[in-house]
Design a protein around this ligand. Structure first.
Ligand SMILES: Nc1nc2c(c(=O)[nH]1)N[C@H]1C(S)=C(S)[C@@H](COP(=O)(O)OP(=O)(O)OC[C@H]3O[C@@H](n4cnc5c(N)ncnc54)[C@H](O)[C@@H]3O)O[C@H]1N2
Ligand code: MOO
Ligand SMILES: [Mg+2]
Length: 415
């Protein structure tokens, strides 16, 4: 669709999802280097975790059958086991064993009384009636994981807890998907790079920094191709380098209808425009499509983001983030969505999706409320910097009155 018609946001997301396929490259990494990487294969547990029934408390282990309703239980302390010991003793009826947290349960014993819940006197413990039930404070063999079961599924972006879980299985290396390579550059004669003087009529290139930050959060390999002038030849040269080196090319600027807006036309020459223009604000001029690669069957994908700084980030979150996760082999991880009361009225007409920037926090009653971050222009980056969420006003929705519920997409630590 290249004409004046715009696709709605849902249709644009669906078109991207239908076009892309995960990359297939794999590598094996030591666990210590695998944080944030995407698991390529299920990790199957080779052992039961824990490997033995063990005590959850420092206290005394005994046979739960010794507990009798309504009566005090008195038991003689016959032995001691520490974590790391392998107890083999048999325990006579009426005996208990001093046990530490994590120690293997002695044969035949199934219950632990924490030491603060009993009284020790002359080598015997006294447990008041009703203190606990048989089986209490014992961790069962395999209660975390049983042998042969998947512990962490392929597609998981490995988090600290996943690394710990895999380590608990004794597994030192994991197969992960190779890192997705994303090349990016900014376009515009007016752009200056940091460290250069700001001549009249110029602005600093901020998009590359916000977008590289967003890419770093996703754990992809970033190929920074810098700034490119609004010159079709310079653009073509840089785009060709990007196509040769990357799976995905991310550009900002030059996708609208100005006389120096060449990015989209270049996409049409190097590949195919799957769509251009989305019925949304900000971010209407956004182009997506495949780029042909010399000697390679698969395409690189171009996401051409609008130049306005807020529009660039909004389109990144609306379209690019999920697509990069999919391309990189990750299971879907949509931004957390919730409904919140909007404290400000918003004027809107149906027929396009609007992404306002807001701060979500609980109100006095503990319900979620969201207030907008001031002026919402597509060039006002402060509106995005102060926000912790996007307020998403759907395609068919009209104006919002103060107090109405709206949908918000929360930024999390991953975006
Ligand atoms: N006649 C029309 N004009 C415009 C339309 C339209 O539909 N009809 N759409 C507007 C919308 S919406 C947007 S968004 C912009 C998109 O423009 P481009 O993608 O072509 O981007 P540029 O023209 O290059 O720049 C727009 C704006 O953003 C600033 N910019 C660009 N790159 C950066 C950067 N890396 N860092 C910071 N700021 C950047 C640039 O200086 C411009 O101010 O088009 C509207 N026009
Ligand atoms: O929609 Mo443009 O993306 O407002 O600035
Ligand atoms: Mg333009």
């Amino acid at each position: 669709m290249t004409g004046g018609d715009s696709l709605d946001v849902a249709a644009a997301r669906a078109a991207i999802a239908a076009a892309i396929r995960p990359i297939t490259g794999r590598e094996t990494l030591p666990l210590r280097q695998a944080l944030g990487r995407i698991l390529a294969e299920d990790v199957i547990s080779p052992i039961d975790v824990p490997a033995h029934d063990n005590s959850a408390m420092d206290g005394y282990a005994f046979a739960g059958s010794a507990l009798v309703d309504g009566l005090e239980t008195v038991l003689r302390v016959a032995a001691t086991v520490h974590a790391g010991d392998v107890p083999t003793m048999t325990t006579a009826p009426g005996d208990c064993v001093r046990i530490m947290t994590g120690a293997v349960m002695p044969p035949g014993l199934d219950t632990v009384v924490p030491q603060e819940l009993c009284r020790l006197e002359d080598g015997r413990i006294h447990i008041a009636p009703g203190t606990l039930r048989a089986g209490d404070n014992r961790r069962l063999r395999g209660e975390d994981l049983t042998r042969g079961r998947p512990a962490v599924a392929a597609g998981q972006r490995l988090r600290p807890a996943d690394l710990g879980l895999i380590a608990s299985l004794g597994i030192a290396e994991v197969a992960v998907v190779r890192r997705l390579r994303v090349a990016l550059f900014s376009t515009g004669n007016e752009l200056r790079t940091l460290g250069q003087p700001l001549n009249a009529g110029c602005i600093y290139d901020s998009n590359r920094y916000s977008l590289m930050g967003a890419l770093d959060r996703l754990g992809v390999e970033v190929i920074d191709l810098g700034l490119v002038r609004d010159d079709p030849e310079a653009l073509a040269t840089t785009l060709d380098e990007a196509i040769a080196r990357a799976d995905v090319v991310l550009t900002s600027g030059g996708v609208s209808v100005g006389d120096a807006d060449f990015t989209k036309d270049l996409l049409a020459r190097r590949g195919e425009i799957a769509f251009w223009k989305v019925a949304m604000r900000p971010g209407r001029p956004f182009a997506f499509g495949p780029l042909r690669r010399a000697e390679q069957a698969d395409a690189a994908w171009l996401f051409a983001l609008p130049g306005n700084p807020v529009a660039a980030l909004v389109t990144f979150y609306a379209f690019v983030r999920d697509a990069l996760l999919t391309l990189g082999g990750a299971a879907p991880q949509p931004l957390p969505v919730l409904r919140a009361r909007c404290t400000t009225a918003v004027r809107k007409r149906p027929g396009r999706t609007e992404f306002q920037r807001g701060i979500v926090s609980p109100d006095a009653d503990g319900r979620w409320a969201v207030r907008l971050t001031g002026t919402q222009g597509a060039g006002v980056l402060r509106s995005m910097s102060e926000a912790n969420a996007l307020v998403v006003l759907g395609h068919a929705q009209g104006s919002v009155a103060a107090g109405d519920e709206v949908e918000v997409w929360l930024f999390d630590g991953l975006v």
